[in-house]
Design a protein around this ligand. Structure first.
Ligand code: AMP
Ligand code: MG
Length: 708
């Protein structure tokens, strides 16, 4: 079962409009990422879900919608109420009776009481939310009618795995699901009717051909993943819906969702009671998530040893390199859409290249042993060998056969003579020997034998790589999901509409977004935050939900107006690195809600330099492609400079007509024109240096740092 998007809903039976904890959350997982919406009323949710279903139908995409309430009751209830055992009969019965107002005024308790009245001696529902019993609906758990079980089979298998799914009979109290079922089933019933023929409810009816499938979810399957988000400050409901939506979506992409939708239970039981996705599979699912979701970076991964004042560039790079690992999950993609993807595993040749010995030229093939030195005349065998049209027989020893480039060498042929080297008649050829054994032929597997490593894990796929993988029989590859890089600008002075003189246009955001795109990542514009903790917090928290790493610019130092570092140090896990480098003041590094944040300086020149030197290898490692070094060329200097000891310096530079490096006229770190003027950077070593014209210096071309 594959779906293009997965929606997971945490339902609520609240009696008035509610948001936040214990209200309705809708998480939507798509290839672009996972988003979540919080909706105050059941009416609002019904409208929104109907919209999302309509969108999927118009776009022709397949949608899975999973809600966290029981879609059926233990066997016996539906039959008692309707005369039919099927859960959908119970749906029909409920939709005709349960009412709900736009402000969440619902009569579900009356309906539960009505159901109880169908049983002599008291029915199964309890939990009226009152201090005392009400007619036909007790406050506390009653003795069950003998024909009804306490739990559905799906709940029992959950209990066997250490989970605690509750019974639909319970309408009130912590984790109670009954009221959610009674208020939710009518909504699903109406959605199914509104999009008739397009929606099927799993496993109550066949779903194979339905563009929209409604299934039941139990949102405690992935507690560890949920706990990680909750620890980052997310409400439990939002974390549950996001985690499960993403997990079901990932499973759908890897073709494994079908395992969750094939319970080993009789059809009749499934249709009578319903089933939730992954019932009885929580352990397997949790284990699988571990392999799908790489571990997060540790909170203290950016910590510098105590007492370090100024960190040399190389030491800072070494520390980063040691702290980082890939953070994106693994997916399977067809080769034709894998350009730019990073391989998550080594790829071995499924087939040798070439798969069979063949001719490298157009000419005549024969057995080398039948030839010698001097003029060789060989009679021509009937037929010919061409690429894609093999010669089927055996060429008799001492005879030659016409053969074309790429043709498999026929039996009896191990050597080919070029047609230009032959005298040719209708019945024979002659050439001047000797000719080397196996001349003009290609051995089977001479390029790559079967089973050899074609490309290694961490390799970023380029056009020629696709040729190699295609030739060796690889049709799909396992790659790291593309890294999502968020970019946030900060500063009160930054606007997109610089009307007043104290305002300036945002130069860093387009630059950093373009860098991330050029490096092959999904660049996500997180906008701009003024210098207030609330704004920065909100943008970072929102950003952390849709990205794998965030680059900020501005406010990264330790001054009064350096709000990014202030916020990250009070509420995140800031490590402020003072790097001995010019341009570039301290680099702020932190983990925010589990996501690494690189706080770059605000000056565009320093922002670009720090991005190229620090962010580039960092992102490459997070993306699974490993640490990368800039390309360096030694060229003669076309400038003079006296540089102090104790810090590394980067100068905007380009090569002149003689191939010597000239530098931009100003080293001012606000001089953006110099960035555009340059084609690379000159790197001057940490030690004191006296550069004079003609002296060799290190030139780092932009192109060698992936700048396009
Ligand atoms: P900060 O690092 O916030 O102290 O900023 C240092 C300098 O860079 C200040 O002059 C800022 O106005 C400038 N600056 C900060 N962010 C940007 C940006 N996104 N675009 C252009 N200039 C910026
Ligand atoms: Mg600022």
């Amino acid at each position: 079962m594959t779906f293009d998007s997965v929606i997971v809903v945490d339902w609520s039976a609240a009696g008035k409009p509610t948001t936040g904890g214990d209200s309705i959350w809708i998480a939507i997982a798509t290839p672009q990422g996972t988003t979540a919406e919080n909706i105050a009323t059941r009416h609002g949710a019904e409208v929104r879900l109907s919209e999302l279903i309509a969108d999927a139908l118009t776009q022709g995409t397949r949608l899975l919608l999973a809600c966290d309430f029981a879609y059926g009751a233990p066997r016996g209830l539906a039959e008692r109420l309707t005369g039919q055992p099927h859960a959908l009969a119970l749906w029909d019965w409920l939709v005709a009776r349960v009412t709900d107002t736009p402000k969440n005024g619902t009569n579900y308790r009356d309906i539960a009481a009505e159901m109880n009245r169908h049983f002599t001696g008291g029915g199964p529902f309890w939990g009226n939310g009152q201090k005392a019993d009400t007619p036909d609906l007790p406050r506390l758990k009653p003795a069950l009618p003998p024909e009804l079980a306490h739990f559905r089979r799906a709940e029992t298998v959950g209990h066997e795995q250490g989970l605690q799914p509750k019974t639909i009979w319970q309408l009130a109290g912590a984790g109670a699901v009954g009221a959610q079922s009674l208020t939710g089933i009518p909504v699903l019933h109406r959605l199914r009717a509104a999009h008739a023929g397009k929606i099927a409810v799993w496993p109550l009816e066949p779903t194979a051909n339905a563009p929209v499938v409604i299934a039941e979810a139990y949102l405690s399957l992935l507690k560890t993943d949920v706990a990680a988000l909750v620890a980052g400050g997310m409400t439990a409901d939002e974390a549950q819906t996001r985690t499960h939506a993403k997990a079901f979506f990932d499973l759908s992409q890897t073709g494994k969702l079908g395992d969750l939708m094939a319970p080993n239970e009789p059809q009749e039981l499934l249709q009578a009671e319903g089933w939730y996705l992954g019932a009885g599979m929580a352990k397997a699912l949790q284990a699988q998530r571990k392999t799908l979701t790489p571990p997060r970076l540790r909170n203290d991964c950016f910590a510098m040893p105590q007492g370090v004042a100024w960190t040399p560039v190389d030491a800072a790079l070494a520390r980063l390199r040691a702290a980082l690992h890939p953070v994106t999950g693994i997916q399977t993609v067809p080769l034709h859409s894998a350009l730019g993807h990073v391989l998550a595993v080594d790829v071995t040749a499924q087939r040798a290249n070439p798969p069979h010995a063949n001719s490298a030229v157009d000419g005549y093939g024969f057995a080398h042993a039948a030839t010698g030195s001097g003029i060789c005349q060989l009679p021509l065998a009937q037929g010919r060998a061409a690429a894609g049209q093999p010669f089927t027989g055996t060429v008799p020893h001492g005879q030659a056969v016409r053969i074309l480039t790429g043709a498999i060498l026929p039996h009896g042929v191990d050597t080919v003579v070029l047609e230009e080297d032959c005298a040719i008649s209708a019945t024979a050829i002659a050439f001047d020997g000797p000719i080397k054994p196996r001349a003009n032929t290609r051995r089977a597997g001479e390029d790559l034998p079967q089973g050899a490593t074609a490309l290694q894990k961490g390799h970023k796929l380029r056009a020629p790589d696709l040729a190699l993988l295609a030739a060796t029989g690889t049709g799909q590859v396992q790659t790291f999901r593309r890294l999502r890089v968020g970019v946030l600008s900060t500063g009160d002075e930054i606007t997109s509409n610089a009307a007043a003189l104290h305002q300036i246009y945002d130069a860093n955001r387009p630059m950093l977004l373009a860098l991330a795109t050029g490096w092959g990542y999904d660049a996500i514009d997180l906008g701009h935050a003024p210098d207030t903790p609330n704004d920065i917090r909100e943008k970072l928290t929102l950003g952390a939900q849709t990205t794998d790493v965030i680059l900020t610019s501005g406010g990264a130092s330790a001054g009064d107006e350096d709000h990014v570092s202030k916020l990250l140090s009070t509420e995140g896990t800031l490590s402020s690195w003072r790097i001995a480098m010019k341009p570039g003041r301290p680099l702020a590094l932190a983990i925010w809600n589990g996501i690494p944040v690189l706080g770059l300086p605000g000056n565009p020149v320093a922002a670009l330099t720090c991005a190229l030197i620090f962010a580039r290898p960092t992102l490459s490692t997070l993306a699974g492609a490993g640490w990368v070094e800039p390309q360096r060329f030694t060229v003669p200097a076309a400038f003079s400079k006296s540089k102090k000891a104790g810090r590394r310096e980067y100068l905007r530079a380009r090569l002149n007509a003689d191939g010597h490096a000239e530098v931009f006229q100003s080293e001012g770190s606000g001089r953006i024109s110099g960035l555009a003027w340059a084609t690379g950077l000159i790197e001057l070593p940490d030690a004191a240096t006296e550069v004079t014209p003609g002296m060799p210096v290190s030139f780092l071309p932009y192109t060698g740092m992936g700048l396009t």
